[in-house]
Ligand binder design. Structure first.
Ligand SMILES: Cc1cc2nc3c(=O)[nH]c(=O)nc-3n(C[C@H](O)[C@H](O)[C@H](O)COP(=O)(O)O)c2cc1C
Length: 306
């Protein structure tokens, strides 16, 4: 059975969103934390809160880390294991120069010898199940092919592949030819990630690559939070039912953030982000009104009118 993973999206899929999504929509086999990193020799408090198992109600959360070397990996793995997890995903896809320039995220892809060092660590720590989320390359799609010998020798649950290079960020053509070449040479289960927005998109990729372990969906889930459950159940909610469910998700987020954020302006900012990918659902006019709301009262009035 094809698995559906909800891709990590920094700023969107935090613990509150994941818990609510899982309860209201479901259909997802695995959620991920947005990447956590070592900062000034420790984990950020915000990241710890997002990771803590007692804050996760999904029971299918995979913590994701971003690292440049074994020292950082060991620090994060130890901290996350201590919390009680035995599952960790390593980010080798983040395209932001802030990370890649330091050799993290997609910045690891051009350096097989650095990935190999991480691989030794992974193989030496069998009590943790690891996976990797990667792109085809940082500046060149061939980078992933040069990594195959190392990846094939690493103890990995799966590799999630987004068939772009880092400089493309999240736009532009997917290089399916290189993805296929990579898949042919890869002995690990592969999860496809990229531009899946509709049931048809999922069906097409599954038909084209029947050996996939699953698909990972990011923005498509933010735009259409029922996508995974529709795929699994073959049932499509009516438009007004979908809106009702999204508003339920919204209420949960609003309630949570009105308790945890200081001040209306922070709450307003955070809640505006909630709608960022939902323009199609609520219509252009409402979307613009939300964007333009300058006070939480105005914002609430627009949401109440939906
Ligand atoms: C706003 C934003 C934040 C993201 N944050 C992360 C992250 O923390 N970790 C990660 O591995 N990928 C991150 N990604 C990449 C997504 O997980 C995913 O790979 C990418 O959006 C492509 O999949 P999609 O076309 O289904 O959205 C992020 C993407 C976006 C747009």
């Amino acid at each position: 059975m094809m698995e559906i993973h909800f891709a990590p999206l920094q700023g969107y899929t935090d613990c509150c969103y994941r818990n609510l999504h899982n309860r209201i929509f479901g259909g997802v086999d695995a959620y991920y934390t947005p990447f956590v990193r070592m900062e000034h020799g420790e984990l950020r408090k915000k990241d710890i809160r997002d990771l803590l198992p007692e804050n996760d109600n999904t029971g299918k959360l995979i913590p994701q880390v971003i690292v440049k070397n074994v020292q950082e990996l060991d620090f994060l793995v130890s901290a996350i294991r201590e919390m009680g997890y035995n599952r960790i995903d390593v980010n080798m896809g983040c395209p932001f120069p802030m990370q890649t320039k330091k050799g993290r995220g997609a910045g690891l892809l051009p350096f097989p010898e650095d990935v190999e060092k991480l691989s030794y660590y992974i193989n030496d720590n069998p009590e943790v199940d690891f996976s990797i989320k990667m792109r085809l390359g940082c500046t060149d799609t061939r980078e992933c092919l040069r990594l195959l010998p190392v990846l094939n020798g690493t103890r990995l649950k799966h590799i999630a592949v987004h068939p772009r290079i880092a400089v493309q960020q999240y736009k532009g053509d997917l290089d399916m030819n290189t993805f296929e070449e990579f898949m042919d040479g890869c002995e690990k289960p592969i999860i496809f990630n990229g531009e899946l927005r509709t049931i048809e998109d999922i069906d097409n990729v599954v038909k084209r690559y029947p050996n996939l372990m699953g698909v990972m969906i990011g923005r498509g889930m933010l735009m259409h939070p029922s996508l995974a459950s529709e795929y699994v159940t073959s049932k499509t909610p009516e438009a007004d039912e979908l809106l009702r469910l999204v508003l339920e998700l919204h209420s949960g987020m609003y309630e949570h953030y009105s308790k945890t954020l200081q001040g209306d302006s922070h709450l307003l900012m955070k809640m505006k982000i909630f709608w960022e990918y939902l323009e199609d659902l609520i219509g252009h006019k409402n979307y613009k009104l939300i964007k333009k709301a300058v006070t939480i009262t105005k914002y609430n009035a627009v949401v109440a009118s939906l």
